[in-house]
Design a protein around this ligand. Structure first.
Ligand SMILES: [Zn+2]
Length: 191
């Protein structure tokens, strides 16, 4: 496949701007995205408020405490965009490892101090990923076509069976909330 052909794949929508001096392209190989028209900016913000939790880049301990409740596993909760927005499978695993929390821990069992540590870990992991241009595993590219390199920093994601970089224990893998999940039994605790 030539570079031009690769560029042309997964283009779902192309908007022509001005006198075709520029195009805005919605390109989404993973098909997780979507395009939804709103009648006004206010209507868009209103919909976001209903559908999305606080932004993971700035989520506070207070906000996360309010959002995490019930018996479901903390990993499942983090993947729910209504709980915290912007955390996907990779960064959920990385945040839980940094915070030292077992992904199977029930939300209701997390003490306030642990939730505060998790909020800080989410902010740290997401900011680091943004700084490194995201994680290019297969086909992710930034808007300007460049590859991200945050995948080089992954401590657990994709490392099932390898030694933990922090403690040396063999990393465990399982499916949780329908997604591949990797964690360290040595440094991630249940409560
Ligand atoms: Zn470890």
């Amino acid at each position: 496949m030539t570079g031009e052909e690769a560029e042309a794949t997964h283009r779902h929508v192309t908007w022509s701007v001005g006198r075709r001096t520029a195009d805005i392209v919605f390109r989404d190989p993973r098909r997780f995205g979507g395009v939804t028209p709103y009648r006004s900016h206010a209507a868009l913000l209103e919909a976001w408020d209903l559908e999305l939790g606080p932004d993971g880049l700035t989520v506070t301990a207070e906000q996360l405490t309010h959002q995490l409740s019930g018996k479901r596993a903390v990993k499942a909760a983090l993947l729910d965009q209504a709980v915290v927005a912007g955390v996907g499978n990779i960064y959920a695993d990385e945040s839980l490892h940094l915070a030292g929390i077992d992904p199977r821990t029930r939300c209701s069992r997390l003490r306030p101090q642990r939730v505060a540590e998790l909020a800080e870990a989410i902010r740290t992991i997401l900011m680091r990923a943004v700084t490194h241009g995201g994680s290019t595993l297969r086909d992710y590219r930034a808007g300007n076509g460049t590859r991200g390199n945050a995948q080089q920093l992954h401590a657990v994601y994709g490392r099932d069976g390898e030694p933990c970089m922090a403690c040396g224990a063999v990393l465990r893998g399982a499916r949780l909330a329908g997604r591949a999940t990797v964690w360290c039994a040595g440094c991630q605790r249940r409560a």
